[in-house]
Design a protein around this ligand. Structure first.
Ligand SMILES: C[S@@+](CC[C@H](N)C(=O)[O-])C[C@H]1O[C@@H](n2cnc3c(N)ncnc32)[C@H](O)[C@@H]1O
Length: 408
């Protein structure tokens, strides 16, 4: 049966690119709008929706487009900013002003090229942009700051900064042919005319889709999903989410070009610190800290401990530390599944999209292990089904785990 399962790109970020606000900025591990719509079909419009792992706010935005009140949590400050910017309404006057002012900036910024403009401290920046492209982008950034302020200064001008993020990625040598971002063989050269035209086309695309108002509401809030305490007394009817998988993908690594250019990240050591807070974080200091990390709670299901032990005793390089990595992942997810119970309404339905992974030939059956955590924590009606195949060659799948919370 498993061999007939398809890769279903309509359930991934790929299908989001043509869907208005959902297509503004890519995050490869984002899931597809269609998947969320399917999970929200037949859900009462009054139902309050939560995504405790917001990412690009796909769940919250789909829910609000359908008229729901939606909440979303993340620990990454850039994604919190992006999620709120993607899902608020902008007045017609604001869109007109942006269009006019951007045209003015594009007429005037060229005199700044060659001046000592601010550039981000991205490691090996020359791998991303040629020195000439970099001069143009940093002059344009300076002019945009003079006109609109920094990204966090004015909510109304968020759209300009989302467009700028898209410009920097489209002029870079970033390649997206793997799950994780890599580099093209060569770094392209771009001139001012090309960059101006590209920026105008991106701005137009974003302004056009921002014209469509959203009827529900979204709040993306900074909350560590391992320690959810309360939500101003609000109780959640439906959880739809995709937490990190135990696959060593670092969201900070994926997002670093955007985060540096918008000043949400200023130097390399901050990246490691942020990744240490992320479940499954594995970049820089986050990996070396695993050497000293110990589990504090003994209530983890035996199945998790058995999987971790089989990884630790395999003869692969760094098997022991990767065993700790997997243990910490399931420990953190257990903390999450425990703490989220405090904001759930009786009868709340939860849907978690997760992927399995392998370490030295040991299958980490994420869906089965998280289902065990849910069982230990008192969730009921726990089931899981395969949603799609993730990789042509390997036995890697995405699953949807569903469960119900009854306070009983
Ligand atoms: C797979 S992504 C979610 C993608 C999302 N479904 C989308 O469509 O864009 C997982 C998200 O979990 C966030 N995250 C990781 N650890 C977290 C934590 N401790 N608390 C809250 N969010 C966390 C990451 O920053 C990342 O944005």
């Amino acid at each position: 049966m498993i061999s007939t399962i398809q890769q279903r790109s309509d359930y991934t970020f790929k299908a989001n690119r043509s869907l208005g606000r959902h297509g503004w900025l890519r995050l490869t591990p984002a899931y597809g709008v269609k998947l969320v719509e399917k999970l929200l079909a037949n859900v009462d419009r009054e139902a309050i929706v939560l995504d405790p792992f917001s990412g690009t706010a796909t769940t919250a935005l789909v829910a609000a487009e359908l008229g729901h009140e939606a909440f979303s949590f993340d620990i990454n400050p850039f994604l919190i900013w992006l999620g709120n910017a993607k899902s608020r309404n902008y007045s017609q006057q604001c869109l007109i002003d942006i269009r006019k002012q951007v045209k003015q900036v594009l007429k005037e910024y060229k005199i700044l090229i060659g001046s000592d403009n601010w550039t981000p401290k991205i490691f090996h920046i020359e791998r991303w942009w040629s020195s000439d492209t970099l001069k143009i982008l940093s002059a344009l950034r300076t002019a945009l700051v003079n006109q609109f302020g920094e990204p966090e200064d004015h909510d109304d001008y968020n759209l300009v900064w989302i467009a700028f993020c898209r410009l920097i990625i489209e002029t870079s040598s970033a390649a997206f042919n793997h799950v994780s971002m890599s580099f093209k063989e060569t770094v392209s050269e771009h001139n001012c005319e090309y960059i101006d035209e590209l920026f105008i086309s991106i701005i137009e695309l974003i302004l056009m889709s921002a014209e469509q108002n959203i009827c529900g509401s979204v709040q993306v809030v900074k909350v560590d999903a391992r320690h959810i305490t309360e939500l101003d007394g609000i109780r959640i009817d439906k959880v739809i989410t995709s937490p990190p998988y135990p696959n060593r993908i670092s969201y900070i690594r994926e997002l670093r070009p955007y985060m540096y250019w918008t000043k949400f990240l200023n130097e390399a050591k901050e990246a490691g610190e942020l990744d240490w807070l992320a479940i499954g974080g594995t970049w820089g200091i986050a990996t070396s800290r695993l050497n000293y990390w110990e589990v504090e709670d003994e209530t983890l299901p035996d199945e998790i401990l058995a999987t971790v032990n089989s990884i630790k005793i395999s003869d692969g390089k760094n098997a022991s530390i990767l065993g700790v990595y997997v243990l910490k992942y399931f420990y953190d997810m257990h903390l999450h599944l425990s703490s989220i119970r405090s904001v759930l309404k009786d009868g709340c339905e939860l849907h978690y999209i997760v992927g399995n992974s392998t370490f030295f030939g040991n299958m980490v059956d994420t869906a089965a292990l998280l289902s065990e955590s849910m069982r230990v924590l008192g969730y009921s009606q726990i089931s899981s089904e395969i949603v799609r195949k993730r990789n042509c060659n390997k036995a890697l799948y995405e699953y949807c785990i569903s469960a119900t919370w009854s306070a009983g």
